[in-house]
Ligand binder design. Structure first.
Ligand code: SF4
Ligand code: SF4
Length: 192
């Protein structure tokens, strides 16, 4: 299998030498559907314990089937563990609208207390690699309702990163989604 044929969606076992260790960042940053209801983004799960998850053997399905890309993708070799870097790269993709068409995007959940963590050069290199290989943009998320589109040089054809304003404020989410759509449309047409 060539590099370009590698699947974007990765499941299976963690790559050799990688483990969560004392990291529990995903159990705080990401929203997750628990049996008692949804745990919101940026709220530490009630089941987090010193060893990780206190109900690990019986954890809910979303937790069983999900892992971050740092754990599974060997191309993240230059990235630090999520609790040290301040962001979690989601294995699941999000869907955004580009030129009126649904388009998949990589999701990076950033710790709001380290809100600039997405500027990590190692992360940008990795996202540029994915953009080059899969023609895919990125959504940086600080919560379920606040985020920013991120267009890699490999995708835009420009030398710099494009960070369009795309505040997904919960009160204005419909309008913000429309603005996001317009922003991406403008960018992909080369008309910022
Ligand atoms: S963010 Fe990744 S490394 Fe950290 S606990 Fe979650 S799955 Fe493990
Ligand atoms: S149930 Fe366990 S694995 Fe799932 S979010 Fe909570 S602590 Fe993490």
């Amino acid at each position: 299998m060539t590099e370009n044929q590698k699947p974007l969606t990765i499941y299976g076992k963690p790559i050799r030498g990688r483990s969560c260790g004392s990291c529990k960042l995903c159990c705080t940053l990401l929203p997750v559907e628990l049996p008692r209801g949804q745990k919101p983004a940026n709220v530490r799960c009630e089941n987090v314990c010193s060893k990780g998850c206190s109900i690990y053997d019986h954890r809910p399905a979303p937790c069983q089937y999900w892992s971050c890309r740092w754990l599974f993708d060997e191309d993240t070799a230059n990235l630090r563990r999520p609790d040290k870097s301040g962001y979690v790269i989601d294995c699941a993709l999000d869907t955004i609208i580009v030129n009126g068409q649904p388009c998949e995007a990589i999701q990076v959940w950033v710790d709001p207390e380290r809100e600039d963590a997405h500027q990590d050069p190692a992360l940008r290199d990795y996202l540029n690699l994915l953009a080059e290989r899969y023609r895919i943009p990125t959504i940086v998320r600080w919560s379920s309702s606040e985020g920013m589109g991120l267009i890699a040089p490999a995708l835009s054809g420009q030398e710099r990163w494009i960070e369009p304003e795309s505040v997904m404020n919960s009160e204005k989410i419909q309008r913000a989604r429309a603005e996001s759509q317009m922003t991406f449309k403008a960018i992909l047409e080369g008309d910022e």
